[in-house]
Design a protein around this ligand. Structure first.
Ligand SMILES: [Zn+2]
Length: 435
């Protein structure tokens, strides 16, 4: 990363601004500090170019907002690394996350929502990025997912009495009070999002509506959003009635369930990429058993129809990849895949898929109207692509076709490996006064 120039001029490229407006050829985008100050097909009344300006000639290229991934884990790690004895320790998870976010940013993803992780690693890594210690995308983070007996984080074949270890991505909450206590604890530690996790496949509902309501009440008093992993019909309906902010998956939601979701104006992030990887690639580099593959395939077909039904009702569809959920979901590799599936399987236009991956996801970052669109006054998160994603939406999953990445007005040095120049003044230690 370099010191931000007085002005950054991006000239001659085709602008796809993230609002859904059609492409604008020969656009000029001006960045001052960390904001976009001018966007036009012509220079108009703008102060003339000066030798101090940093100019990027984007002729033949495509200027888009930075991508936003609504489902990207950074501290989960489910693979072995040679020489590392405890890959689930808080220390290793932190290093893993710090490494992963650089790869995410270099894939053109300038903002992520992290719906769950280990320890409080994700909060700390977010703070390190905000504090300028690490280079990475903007982040909204949850901590360990709140789950109960029979839920996704109390999986078979382990019997419930064994409990859930401290290094798991979920924390057991088996009463309403335990849900409230964990929510309070996570809010105090600085999460932006509470993640509730129902059953793994959605065939049963493990979290009661009353418990979801209690979490929503507690989190909202702390200005923290609530998301739920809900694949089932009744769990999705209960979540909508309890007033969660976001439903992840929603596979088995019936049309009647979706009516309730639509009435509550709650978005759904289906996260098709992870089952797709499971079906097409096999999890963790191994081919899945036939039964698991068939189950994922059926789940995907159900999800595709659910999303079409949701879109018919005006339910916003957010785009997330589930990157980082397992070692096969490599950071930086899969972020653009959801857009391709939205176009090929759901019937979105490429422009709708671009909006879903940019301005449509900004709300979840608490930055609605600030990121995801290239317009005067917005934060300068911009990616310049070599090829046209309207002609081929799969461009978004090819980081090799990125010409430049600008995050918060700074050009990302893609060779720097995430190392930032040292701050001029070392950060001062905070002094704690007790009593
Ligand atoms: Zn996930």
């Amino acid at each position: 990363m370099t010191t931000p120039p007085a002005r950054l001029l991006i000239k001659n490229g085709t602008l796809i601004d993230g609002s859904g407006r059609g492409p604008v050829p020969n656009a000029l985008v001006v960045v001052e500090g960390n904001r976009i100050t001018h966007v036009s097909p012509r220079e108009g009344s703008m102060r003339p170019e000066s030798p101090d300006d940093k100019v990027i000639d984007a002729a033949g290229k495509f200027i888009l907002p930075g991508l936003i991934d609504a489902h990207c884990h950074i501290s989960l790690h489910q693979g072995a690394l040679p020489g590392v004895k405890y890959t689930s320790s808080a220390e290793f998870c932190t290093l893993w996350a710090a490494h992963g976010i650089g790869r995410v940013l270099r894939a053109g993803v300038t903002s992520i929502t992290v719906p769950g992780g280990k320890w409080f690693t994700d909060v700390t890594v977010r703070e390190a990025v905000e504090g300028g210690l690490l280079e990475g995308p903007r982040m909204v983070v949850a901590a360990r997912a709140l789950s109960n007996y029979g839920g996704i984080f109390d999986p078979d074949p382990y019997p419930a009495y064994e409990g859930t270890p401290n290094d798991a991505a979920g924390v057991l909450c088996n009463t309403r009070d335990e849900f409230i206590r964990e929510t309070r604890k996570q809010c105090k530690r600085g999460v932006d999002l509470i993640k509730i996790a129902d059953s793994i496949w959605g065939d049963i509902q493990t979290v009661a509506k009353d418990e979801i309501s209690a979490v929503v009440d507690e989190a909202h008093r702390h200005n923290v959003k609530v998301a739920i992993h809900s694949r089932g019909s009744t769990s999705t309906r209960a979540a909508a009635e309890a007033g969660v902010d976001l439903i992840y998956h929603g596979d088995w939601a019936s049309e009647a369930d979706l009516d309730i979701v639509a009435k509550a104006a709650i978005p759904i992030a289906p996260v098709l990429t992870s089952p797709w990887i499971g079906v097409e690639q096999g999890a963790a580099g191994r081919s899945l058993g036939e039964r698991a593959r068939d189950r994922l395939r059926a789940q995907l077909d159900t999800s595709f129809q659910m999303i079409r039904n949701a879109r018919d009702r005006g339910i916003p569809i957010l785009s997330g990849s589930d990157t980082g959920n397992a070692s096969a979901f490599t950071h930086g590799r899969w972020h653009g895949k959801e857009a391709k599936l939205f176009v090929r399987e759901i019937g979105m236009t490429p422009m709708e898929a671009i909006v879903a991956n940019t301005s449509g996801n900004a709300w979840l970052l608490n930055l609605d109207g600030e990121v995801g669109v290239i317009a005067p006054g917005k934060l300068a998160d911009i990616v310049i692509w070599d090829s046209d994603p309207i002609a081929d939406i799969a461009v978004l999953q090819r980081p090799a076709e990125i010409s430049r990445i600008i995050k918060d007005g700074r050009i990302v040095d893609r060779d720097a490996g995430g190392l930032l120049p040292l701050p001029e003044e070392p950060p001062r230690a905070r002094i704690f006064v007790s009593g």
